[in-house]
Design a protein. Structure first.
Length: 212
């Protein structure tokens, strides 16, 4: 989320400088609320976040008599570039260095970021996000599409995620065992079937997977 917040702030500052009629009307908070409402105006926008942002910026441009195509393209390009300026937890790359020699690695995301545009590209074989199949986690279809691309069965995979429902329940319902990454020491929702294991740091994964 810090990455998203920085990208949102930079986008607002860009609008302030280049399209001031919008920011004269909308504060940062107002624009956040506008985006949230716009995202829920059509089901496709809650799945394809890139399309949502492009169309939202185009609508803003039309509201305030700016060129919609130009503004939406420039604004999206700025946001998307900053969206990938990610600060990683310090356990990520040391653990991936160990895992990559033993496993095929990939990612499944509800967002519009591509791990391939980050330093993860060196480690991950395949990336899929919701817009690729127009389904979001915890829908099993996105997990199944991931497995189909890699030509593996769900039970041959292990999913590691931090959200009990989107990640653990979604993976389990698709037939994929899952580990809950609980960095914030949250309580597991009692109404949900527990994950295969719970970890507080990725550094615990190699031991769980019995690799050095």
């Amino acid at each position: 989320m810090p990455t998203i917040y920085r990208a949102e702030k930079a986008t607002y500052d860009w609008l302030l400088k280049n399209y001031p009629r919008i920011t004269d009307f909308y504060s940062e908070q107002d624009l956040f609320e506008f985006r949230k409402k716009f995202m829920h105006s059509e089901e496709k926008y809650s799945i394809d976040l890139s399309l949502m942002r492009i169309d939202m910026l185009a609508e803003l441009a039309e509201q305030f008599d700016y060129p919609a195509d130009t503004m939406s393209k420039q604004g999206f390009d700025l946001f998307y570039r900053l969206r990938h300026d990610v600060s990683f937890y310090d356990d990520v790359f040391p653990v991936l260095d160990k895992l990559k020699d033993h496993f095929r690695l990939g990612s499944i995301s509800n967002g519009n970021a591509s791990a391939g545009l980050t330093a993860l590209n060196e480690y991950f074989e395949y990336f899929i996000n919701a817009a690729d199949v127009m389904k979001r986690k915890p829908d099993g279809e996105i997990f199944q599409a991931f497995c189909a691309h890699l030509n593996v069965a769900p039970e041959q995979c292990l999913y590691v995620g931090d959200d009990p429902v989107y990640d653990v329940v979604g993976a389990n319902d698709a037939g994929m065992p899952a580990i809950w990454l609980n960095r914030e020491s949250q309580s597991w929702p009692q109404e949900l079937k527990p994950a295969l294991a719970e970890i507080s740091s990725l550094r615990q994964l190699p031991e769980l997977l019995q690799i050095v």
